[in-house]
Design a protein around this ligand. Sequence first.
Ligand SMILES: Nc1ncnc2c1ncn2[C@@H]1O[C@H](COP(=O)(O)OP(=O)(O)OP(=O)(O)O)[C@@H](O)[C@H]1O
Length: 204
Amino acid sequence: MLTVDHLSRSILQPVSFSLADGECLAVQGPSGSGKSLLLRAIADLDPHEGTISLDGVACHTIPAPQWRLQVMYLPAEAGWWEDRVDAHFPDWEAACFWVEALQLPTSIRSAAIRTLSTGERQRLALARALVRSPRVLMLDEPTSGLDRTSVSIVESLLLQLLQNGTSLLWVTHDPAQAQRIAQRCLHVQNGHVLETTLRTSVIS
Ligand SMILES: Nc1ncnc2c1ncn2[C@@H]1O[C@H](COP(=O)(O)OP(=O)(O)OP(=O)(O)O)[C@@H](O)[C@H]1O
C-alpha cells in the first residue's frame, strides 16, 4: 500500500491519499495544473513536504534510488542516453518478454533510438520500466502517441499487471480511458488535488 500524507511542493497544495496493491488511480487535470509535479514528488525526484510511504516504510528512510526502483515514474517523454536500443537494457532476454508483449519486433534491439517513431519509443520506455518490476508505476500519459490498437495493447498489459498486484498512478487527458482503467481519480486543478470516484470498472 502506497500512502501519501500531506504531500506538497511549490504550487502543489497538500494532498493525502492511499493506493492499494493492484489498484489504479487515474490522474486528470488541465495542462500545467501540477500532475507531473505530483508524480515526481511521489517518486522522490523533487524536494517535497509531507510523508510518502510504501507498506509503512517512509521514502525518506531509504536511499532515493532504491525508492525509485519500487515507486517508479515514467515521464511522458523518457530520456535516452545511448544511441542503440539494447544499450538501455542490461538484460535484453528479460526485456524481450515486455517488448513482445507490447508488440514491438525483437529486431528493435539493434535499432538506433533516433530512428524510432514516437509511439515505438513510448512503448520501449514502458518496457524499460516494466522490466524492473516496480511495486508502484506512475505513468505520465503513456498512450498519448499511440494508435487505437496500441492503446488497447498497453491498457490490456497494464490490466494484467494490476491483477498481479502492481499499483498504477496513470495520468490521462482522455476521460474515456480514465473510466476504462480506474475506479478512482485524482483531479488536479491549479495545484489543488481532489479525489473523485469514477463510475465504471477497469478494462474488460
Ligand atoms: N521544478 C519545478 N518547480 C516549480 N514549478 C515547476 C517545476 N516544474 C514545473 N513547474 C511548473 O508547475 C506547473 C505544473 O507543471 P506540471 O508539469 O506538473 O503540469 P502538468 O499538469 O503535468 O501539465 P501537462 O498536462 O501539460 O503535462 C507548470 O506551470 C510548470 O511550469
